[in-house]
Design a protein around this ligand. Structure first.
Ligand code: KMT
Ligand code: NI
Length: 181
């Protein structure tokens, strides 16, 4: 897992969009934004480690999604577009990459800059409810991701709009990261 500021240049979303020189983002900054990352090597027993995290954090359900042309078939183009539309969820988004690699872009507050998180297999990412983000495959064109859910899968993506700025989960998120002066 590596994080850096997105360069904001036009071009294929699957390219790294790193800056020259790169502007790295630390796990401490991600933590301030309530974004958590873990790495669980895909060696023997990794499933037990996932189970332990899931138990500790109360993630009750899970599934695996294969994001690739083969995995998504006719839905491929639509899904790729949908994932890259800036959105929020009313619940945490928890993803563990079982195979492949891809990018999660998250919005920094208060700058509204994009931070790109480059994820490889074995990386686990927890995005808080209410954070604006998007996802894209990289040039490898394949991600197999385990999606963990706290309760019933509730994966409505709310695309960013003036309305979502007032969404209660958005407002709570902003409160949760506010600095005490
Ligand atoms: C989402 O909601 O942003 C996603 O599920 C992205 C695909 S999971 C790697
Ligand atoms: Ni999402």
């Amino acid at each position: 897992m590596r994080a850096y500021y997105f360069d904001n240049l036009p071009g294929d979303q699957r390219l790294p969009h790193d800056s020259n020189p790169s502007r790295p983002v630390t796990t401490e900054l991600l933590k301030k934004l309530k974004v958590e990352t873990f790495h669980i090597p895909l060696t023997d027993g990794y499933q037990d480690k996932i189970d332990a995290i899931a138990k500790e954090r109360g993630y009750k359900n899970r599934d695996v999604i294969n994001i690739s042309k083969d995995g998504l078939g006719d839905a491929y183009e639509d899904k790729i577009k949908m994932f890259f539309d800036e959105h929020l969820h009313e619940d945490e988004e928890i993803r563990f990459l079982v195979d492949g690699s891809g990018y999660f872009d998250i919005r920094e507050t208060p700058t509204d800059s994009w931070i790109r998180i480059a994820m490889c297999s074995g990386d686990l990412l927890v995005l808080p409810a209410g954070i604006y983000h998007r996802f894209t495959l990289d040039e490898g064109n394949k991600v197999e991701a385990m999606r963990l859910f706290k309760d019933e899968p509730k994966w409505a993506a709310l695309n960013r709009s003036p309305d979502t700025d007032h969404n209660v989960h958005r407002v709570e998120y902003l409160k949760s990261i506010a600095q005490v002066a």
